[in-house]
Design a protein around this ligand. Structure first.
Ligand code: NOJ
Ligand code: CA
Length: 701
């Protein structure tokens, strides 16, 4: 009896010792870590006493050594508080507060010769970040990951804004449903996207946005994805449990690790206000500051391009000829021109003139280089060499012309998924750029990846994108990647990786259309990870204009396209429509010319995922403010409170509003432009048309 009592005492005592609790600096969030039976690590998270994550297990399964899944005892456990601030090179605000309470637990596997790992938790006011760390030690050097088993055991059947889990693409349309409804909707949601690889088990992608029945907003994603595959989330739709699902390589392995190392951060942003989800800087805070010494060459970019004309039926083509079996090394000047090539000297000059006359920094030119004849869908290794222009594109002449006009040409490197070919040619390609005066490149990864067996989101490719960003930095080149792995805040560490696409952007308005609610979801999902090159600014939204009889359209009003410059954050923004369309609506175009792309401060005025977003921002180092408000397919009244303006001064606001008869599918080009004197006490009710928006610019009077 005495022995039994004694044993019980030890157990209860060890249980208490093993549970660790920390709270967020404001006390709203509480994290509990403890070891469950068999030494399995678990954590749980609550917000204002409501469960966000119920007890959930942590662990990593390995291929070659014993797994990091159980048999742990707690070694050291340390806590600290950090409260400092930093200034991003470009961003939504000048200064970002970094305030968290940290718990670092060391977990020992006695049965594995005292092998140990650490789990680091950082609890901010806006959520939790945690990661697994593998310090250097005698009995752990190399290991291969079979799967990460991080659970997110949710407290209910939340409303979720989701896209299907896929190793190769993020370009799906969003579905909104309860978690329990996802199994029944998955097939329909898995629409055709080029080079897709939908996960075979039930899984959704991150950033995954959820709302509980009692009004908690929960966003799950990751931060600082380096040397590790991207994470999707397996779904147990009966018990509302999500769990990590890493992207495999060709052998089915997930990650190749060597100590000293760690995983990316798993992030859970939580609030009872949707506006605070959009205001969260948790993911950026969890990324490392940049190691770049000189960042003076990294600048915001507002650009136009020889681009949209390729999408609007029949206008022009990337390819110079209509041959479809060409090879690197062929004499492209011998090809018969198809007469529709877009990147001609003449067309590019026209764009340079327009950019220069209207204050744009750059002109993106796609289709300038040989190889576009059969770039698509052939899983071909050597499609492009990145240095040979088509015969009607004169690199030197055009770059001198651009220089004379005070603008840059933006380079385009479509890889068609052949990362091997791109890596081999990268140095030469970047040198070629520098020699010819380019300072920014748009990269693209349309197609199945080479090395064959790799995926857009696997560890090898994650390392590839970072390699490109670092190499580009050596040449003082900014990178805007399309079809790369979704961002995780790495623009802090690699600030020249200025923006990414990695979602369904404007191009899809020409290929089936985007739902009017799409852009009210993206800031809560894709943009949680970083800036998006959404390519807004389409004024000619009815695309039958180019293709009489067709029914393709951009599913917004013209004014909503203006609002995107504020609601869709990016320090790189395109005015994507054709120059001639801007000339048809000069008063609306004025907003695009005026709008800032880099900010001192941001005020999320109203937001509800899937419904509406209204944001105000103050331009960097200027007394100018811009407001953007968007709605889904429903009309709405935005409540604009101008209390973000400094008090005691008068301002002139120019309000770009949907016309009374406007809607996304009828009269989308109906709008009004009005001036109004405002101050910090002004309140304004503004009607937004169905699929519409509002855009406002404000200056000191
Ligand atoms: C897909 C990109 O998203 C698009 O912007 C580009 O024009 C094409 N690929 C061709 O590279
Ligand atoms: Ca794309």
């Amino acid at each position: 009896m005495r022995t039994l009592l004694f044993t019980l005492l030890i157990i209860s005592c060890s249980v208490t010792i093993q549970a660790q609790v920390i709270t967020s600096p404001n006390g709203n969030l509480s994290l509990k870590f403890e070891l469950a039976a068999n030494g399995i690590p678990t954590y749980q998270l609550s917000f204002k006493q409501k469960p966000v994550i119920k007890p959930s297990t942590l662990g990593i399964e390995t291929v070659d050594v014993a797994s990091f899944s159980g048999g742990f005892t707690i070694g050291k456990s340390e806590q600290k508080t950090v409260n400092d601030a930093w200034n991003p090179i470009m961003g939504e605000q000048k200064t970002i507060r970094n305030n968290y309470n940290q718990l670092l637990v060391t977990l020992i596997q006695k049965a594995e010769k005292d092998r140990f790992i650490q789990i680091r938790f950082r609890l901010f006011n806006d959520g939790l970040g945690f990661r697994y760390e593998f310090p250097k030690q005698e009995n752990l050097k190399y290991f291969i990951i079979k799967e990460e088993n991080t659970q997110f055991n949710l407290a209910g059947d939340h409303k979720t804004f989701w896209i299907p889990g896929d190793y190769d693409t993020n370009e799906y349309a969003y579905t909104t449903s309860k978690l329990s409804e996802i199994p029944g909707l998955m097939k329909k949601a898995t629409i055709d996207v080029h080079a897709q690889y939908p996960i075979k088990t039930l899984a959704i992608q991150t950033p995954s946005m959820m709302k509980s029945a009692d009004g908690l907003y929960i966003n799950i994603h990751e931060a600082a994805l380096i040397n590790y595959p991207a994470m999707s989330l397996n779904l147990d739709a009966v018990n509302f449990k999500l769990s990590s699902h890493l992207t495999p390589d060709g052998l089915g392995n997930k990650g190749y690790m060597q100590t000293d190392t760690h995983t990316p951060w798993r992030t859970i942003v939580v609030s009872d206000k949707a506006t605070e989800i959009l205001a969260s800087k948790l993911i950026l805070n969890l990324n490392e500051p940049t190691a770049y010494k000189d960042v003076s060459w990294i600048k915001p970019v507002k650009y136009i391009g020889v681009w949209w004309e390729y999408f609007v039926a029949g206008k022009s083509s990337w390819a110079y000829s209509s041959e479809n079996n060409v090879k690197m090394g062929d004499d492209f000047s011998k090809l018969k021109p198809n007469g529709r090539h877009g990147a001609t000297n003449e067309n590019v000059k026209k764009h340079i003139d327009f950019a220069s006359a209207n204050g744009f920094d750059a002109v993106l030119v796609e289709g300038w280089n040989v190889g576009w004849e059969d770039w698509f869908g052939n899983w071909k290794e050597n499609v492009f060499d990145y240095v040979t222009p088509y015969p009607d594109f004169n690199v030197k002449e055009l770059n001198s012309y651009a220089k004379l006009k005070g603008v840059k040409i933006m380079m385009h490197h479509e890889t068609s998924g052949s990362a091997t070919n791109y890596e081999r040619r990268l140095d030469t390609a970047f040198k070629f750029m520098v020699e010819n005066g380019y300072n920014a490149v748009k990269t693209g990864y349309v197609g199945k990846i080479i090395p064959r067996g790799e995926h857009h989101d696997s560890q090898w490719m994650v390392n590839h994108y970072i390699h490109v960003a670092e190499k580009a930095a050596e040449h003082k080149i900014m990178v805007n990647s399309h079809e790369a792995v979704r961002p995780t805040g790495l623009n802090r560490t690699y600030p020249n990786w200025i923006a990414q696409e990695s979602a369904r952007g404007t191009e899809f308005e020409a290929m089936g259309g985007l739902a009017p609610e799409h852009a009210t979801i993206l800031p809560f999902t894709r943009l949680m990870g970083g800036p998006m090159d959404y390519t807004p600014g389409i004024f000619q939204t009815d695309l039958s204009y180019y293709n009489p009889g067709g029914n393709q359209r951009v599913n917004t009003t013209l004014v909503k396209q203006l609002a995107y410059y504020v609601t869709m954050y990016s320090p790189l923004q395109m005015a994507a429509d054709l120059p001639e369309n801007y000339l048809r609506f000069p008063d609306a175009f004025q907003f695009i010319k005026d709008v800032a792309v880099d900010w001192d401060d941001t005020y999320i005025l109203e937001a509800e995922p899937g419904d509406y977003i209204t944001i105000a921002r103050k331009a960097k180092n200027k007394n100018e403010w811009f407001v953007g408000g968007i709605t889904d397919e429903n009309t709405r009244e935005a409540n604009l409170n101008f209390n973000f303006l400094p008090t005691g001064k008068k301002y002139i606001a120019t309000i770009y509003a949907d016309g009374k008869d406007a809607s996304w599918n009828k009269m989308p080009q109906s709008y009004t432009v009005k001036k109004l004197t405002v101050n910090s006490k002004t309140r304004l009710k503004q009607r937004l048309a169905a699929g519409g928006g509002v855009a406002i610019s404000i200056r000191l009077l």
